[in-house]
Ligand binder design. Structure first.
Ligand code: HEM
Length: 438
């Protein structure tokens, strides 16, 4: 994508192209080669008008051929292009082709490879990256919801929402956006005093427009490319953006907890406690995402989840990384689908990944922690624990409402699995022999 393109140009066309028109555009692009822009908008417009589950074999085969060519070329040296790199296109095609390749899972459903570059090592930078991505995701959601009320609604458009529902979703999205906006948007974009008085009242349309206007062409491309619903129902857009917003939050939480572990190992418990406290605050800020998702209509969800079998957030590496950086999960959990669903995280844990609680207890055992440091850590860990318990309880209630007695798409029993994990703790009580430095 050239730097002259704007965010709006990568949005799919309002009248979706039929498969023949998409194939024609792909042929034209293939002849012109790298000099031409890949027809993302046409592919996405068509995909969203039929649902990824229903793409024709002809189109899928053509896209697979294009990916093969790109893969073969990637083995030869060629000049890198900024932003719209062949790597982005390959990742995009991998997401489109996940079902075709029989690789469909939660990361590919939510297009995480497109959205989630590795978290910056510096935790301030990691939080900025999370805030910026969260704002983009939710601004785009507000834009999509509001467009559904216009004369030119965008796909997926099945079961369109009523104006009251769009208003409610906008207010709830704004509630999650406000704290991040206060941190990263230019001063004055959001009124800090008004937010402190009554959260969620910032006008959503203008806030979303401000955020999207400032998006770089690459961010706009990624934003658009990361919405690949399996079906044609409007509410799936909300589902995808909510999952992605949580994922970007888990990525930050993991980066901050890894920093906390390093600070502890360096005998800097107060700083470690600050990081754990920030993780608790960020998780708390994201809780209204569940209220936002609770506006999804259960009948819409039950329809599109027929095509999401095999993709479940039990496969969220971000969530399990954050959890396992607090303390090492017990053996039964490590052996259960909770961790067998995320083999790379499980491997790190089994390989002895250091944790906040483990490092903290080592300091105590080695008489390297004073009472003030211990108290600060205890307070921060308690805050994170109670916020996480609220997260799990809200998630559980949402699942009861949305799926009742149905099994999970991650092949568990569903709600009974979630009831069981409510008893787990991030920082389980352990014997701590009074060895603090006085
Ligand atoms: C309609 C909304 C939702 C329903 C019905 C739902 C349902 C479920 C179910 C049944 C499971 C058990 C695994 C399985 O078989 O799939 C699960 C696990 C999980 N879900 Fe959700 N979920 C919803 C929304 C979310 C959201 C928005 C997130 C945020 C990323 C999320 C994160 C998780 C995580 C991390 C697990 C694994 C928990 C663990 O292993 O301890 N879920 N969910």
């Amino acid at each position: 994508m050239s730097s002259t393109e704007t965010a709006l140009q990568v949005l799919p066309p309002v009248t979706p192209p039929a498969v023949a028109a998409v194939l024609e555009q792909l042929d034209t692009w293939a002849v012109a080669g790298e000099a031409a822009e890949f027809p993302y908008a046409a592919v996405l417009g068509h995909l969203r008008s039929v649902g990824k589950h229903f793409l024709s074999a002809e189109l899928l085969d053509r896209l697979a051929e294009i990916r093969d060519v790109l893969t073969a070329r990637s083995k030869q040296p060629f000049p890198a292009r900024p932003d719209d790199s062949p790597a982005t296109l390959r990742e995009f095609l991998d997401v489109v082709l996940d079902k075709h390749d029989s690789r469909y899972d939660y990361p590919s459903y939510t297009a995480l490879s497109l959205l989630a570059p590795p978290a910056p090592a510096d935790w301030h930078e990691a939080r900025r990256a999370r805030d910026e991505m969260l704002l983009l995701l939710l601004a785009d959601l507000i834009r999509f919801e509001q467009q559904a009320l216009s004369d030119t609604p965008a796909d997926p458009h099945g079961m369109p929402p009523q104006p009251e529902l769009v208003g409610k979703r906008t207010r709830l999205a704004v509630r999650v956006m406000e704290p991040a906006a206060l941190r990263v948007l230019p001063p004055g974009t959001v009124d800090a005093a008004a937010v402190a008085a009554v959260p969620g009242r910032t006008p959503g349309g203008p806030l979303a427009a401000d955020v999207l206007r400032a998006a770089t062409p690459h961010q706009a491309l990624v934003l658009s490319a990361s919405i690949q619903p399996v079906c044609v129902l409007h509410d799936e857009y909300l589902f995808l953006r909510t999952l992605q917003s949580f994922e970007t939050t888990f990525t930050f939480m993991s980066a901050a907890l890894a920093t906390a572990v390093r600070r502890l190992a360096d005998d800097r418990p107060q700083e470690a406690a600050d990081h754990v406290g920030t993780v608790a605050d960020t998780l708390k800020e994201s809780l209204p995402l569940f209220s936002l998702l609770a506006t999804m209509r259960p009948e819409a969800f039950r329809t599109f989840r027929e095509f999401t079998e095999g993709a479940s957030a039990i496969q969220s590496a971000g969530y399990k990384t954050f959890e396992s950086l607090c303390s090492t999960p017990h053996l039964a959990r490590l052996a259960s689908p909770a961790y067998t669903s995320v083999p790379e995280v499980r491997e790190r844990v089994v390989g002895g990944q250091p944790t906040v609680q483990g490092t903290w207890h080592d300091l105590i055992a080695e008489h390297r922690l004073d009472a003030a440091g211990d108290a600060a850590l205890r307070a921060a860990a308690d805050r994170l624990e109670s916020t996480h318990q609220r997260w799990k309880q809200t998630h559980y209630r949402l699942a009861v409402r949305m799926i009742g007695e149905r099994t999970g798409t991650g092949y568990t029993e569903g709600v009974p699995y979630l009831a069981e994990v409510l008893g787990n703790r991030l920082f389980p009580a352990a014997d701590r022999h009074g060895a603090l430095v006085s």
